[in-house]
Design a protein around this ligand. Structure first.
Ligand code: 6GU
Length: 287
């Protein structure tokens, strides 16, 4: 039956084994680059890079600003694998396809996942260019039954009913705060709740007000599904949002969200984000 949507344990294993046969790098850290933040992948030394289209069973990326490569390499002496470009629900993929790379990470031997994204600020104290460490999420599509773990559960990945109260690793969050402070990023480093929507349309004013009142500090179209699948199979998770624009909360505002602004703000902070993630990676301990 079509129950596993073509991303069964066996198929994921075949993809992981193919990748491991093509590179000597054995990554313990997996990184996902958000919109406009693909520069992180360029920092890897001794690279082996694969176009998504060349990887067996791998989905293809379609969005502007997403290169669509899986890059293996060394970041300050630590073996990493980096997704340069990710998959989104709004591209029309089944949710299992969007999150399939997390299972590939797991089967490659990755223990820690670092995810980045571009997000709209809902918290009125936030400014464009702020970096929000994600401490928790609100999974709006999940409320409606659109969860990447829906369907038969394969125990080889994880349990049927995984907890999510511990989704965002406390130690990594602390580490990011320490590393951020050392780098002098205290002025723009925040900690908050990320709310995911399906997209691709941006939010209405009423929707932004609603999410803000429900406790969300930032809104975006990614990351949460990947976090759920990464936690399900037991990887540690750290995630951060670059606040690329303020969500419109006011009927008098002339502002409106657009993708160009998202990419421009990405360029503005890219270098600092790269430093933050790189320095974090050097401090992450593995078993
Ligand atoms: Cl304002 N909304 C959503 N859903 N995603 C975004 C965004 C806004 N800004 C960047 N990504």
């Amino acid at each position: 039956p079509e129950t596993t949507m073509g991303y069964s344990f066996e198929e994921c294993s075949a993809t992981a084994e193919w990748l491991l046969s093509q590179t000597k790098i054995r990554p313990l850290v997996g990184i996902v680059c958000g919109s406009g933040l693909g520069g992180l992948a360029e920092m890897l030394k001794d690279q082996t890079a694969f176009k998504y289209s060349d990887i067996p069973n791998f989905p293809q990326s379609t969005v502007h600003g997403h290169a669509g490569r899986l890059v293996f390499g060394m970041l300050k002496g630590k073996a990493c694998v980096c997704m340069q470009g990710r998959f989104h629900l709004y591209e029309g993929y089944p949710i299992q396809k969007v999150t399939m790379p997390m299972r590939i990470f797991k089967l490659l031997g990755v223990e820690t996942v670092i995810l980045t994204n571009a997000a709209g600020g809902l918290n009125q104290d936030y400014k464009v260019g702020d970096v929000m460490i994600i401490k928790d999420h609100i999974n709006m599509p999940g409320f409606a039954g659109n969860n990447p773990l829906a369907g038969p559960n394969d125990e080889r990945f994880g349990v049927r009913f995984p907890s999510m109260s511990d989704a965002y690793d406390r130690e990594l969050l602390q580490l990011a705060q320490c590393v951020g402070a050392e780098l002098g990023f205290g002025d723009f480093l925040r900690e908050g709740v990320y709310c995911v929507l399906g997209g691709p349309s941006f939010e209405t004013i009423a929707e932004c007000r609603m999410m803000n009142r429900l406790g969300a500090d930032a809104v975006g179209m990614s990351t949460v599904h990947e976090v759920i699948v990464a936690r399900h199979c037991g990887m540690r998770v750290f995630a951060l949002s670059l606040i690329t624009n303020q969500a419109v909360m006011d009927y008098d505002s002339q502002e409106k969200a657009n993708h160009e602004e998202v990419l421009e703000t990405g360029q503005l902070r890219a270098e600092q984000l790269e430093k933050l993630v790189t320095n974090m990676v050097t401090h992450i301990e593995h078993n």
